[in-house]
Ligand binder design. Structure first.
Ligand code: MG
Length: 220
């Protein structure tokens, strides 16, 4: 079973990965989409996880793999229908990751009304950094991250730009799904997503802490 690594050396098995779509208005706009009335949710299998410094191949079924840099929240205990008052106790930690997306496959799925499982859940579609253990002193409303591709800045994210806060997302997801320890939530991507090619190096960095995720795109 795959495991998250925490910055304090602890580990946690990776379980279900819940992903939020269109949580930043500017990204919804660049996709010619609107922010939904309810959060848009899709899943990745736990085996889609990979760790820092992974080399990731563009699947042969696609000609267009995009990076989407996102803040990732790891859930620390089981829960259903979690209230805003108690949500703090459900955090295990915070990290950053890429919601890698086969944009060509996703576009066809959107047109046909088909699920996004292939476009979003393929092997290695969820690289995640090491995880900073949660502390109530973390200001979740003021986190910032950036994405560089081959050294040039491509995405800048601030949790203050989210349509729905990290805590609101956990509360909402838990009204539908039974969360368990080791689940994570990809909280959506800001504008600036783009395609990758073999040889590219992608880095996503969480500014407040010395945590970054580096991946390279290449043939296996
Ligand atoms: Mg995404």
């Amino acid at each position: 079973m795959k495991k998250y690594t925490f910055t304090n050396g602890s580990e946690l098995p990776v379980q279900t990965m819940y992903c939020i779509g269109r949580n930043y208005a500017a990204h919804a706009k660049e996709m010619n989409a609107v922010v939904e009335e309810q959060p848009l949710i899709f899943l990745k299998p736990s085996t889609a996880y990979c760790s820092n410094n992974s080399t990731i191949s563009i699947p042969t079924i696609s000609n267009e793999m995009h990076f989407e840099g996102e803040l990732v929240v790891v859930i620390g205990k089981d829960g259903f229908d979690i209230s805003m008052d108690e949500v703090d106790s459900y955090f295990a930690g915070i990290g950053v990751g890429f919601d890698l997306t086969l944009r060509d496959i996703q576009s066809i799925a959107k047109t046909k009304g088909h699920p996004w499982a292939v476009a979003k859940g393929f092997r290695h579609s969820a690289p995640i950094s090491s995880i900073i253990p949660y502390s109530p002193t973390m200001n979740l409303e003021q986190l910032e991250f950036s994405v560089h591709c081959n050294g040039s800045l491509r995405q800048s994210g601030k949790t203050s730009m989210m349509e729905r806060s990290v805590k609101e997302l956990i509360v909402y997801v838990s009204t539908i799904f039974e969360l368990q320890q080791g689940d994570c939530i990809f909280t959506g991507t800001p504008e600036g997503v783009g395609a990758v090619s073999n040889g590219d190096e992608l880095i996503i960095q969480l500014h407040q802490n010395d945590v970054q995720l580096r991946i390279t795109i290449d043939k296996n």
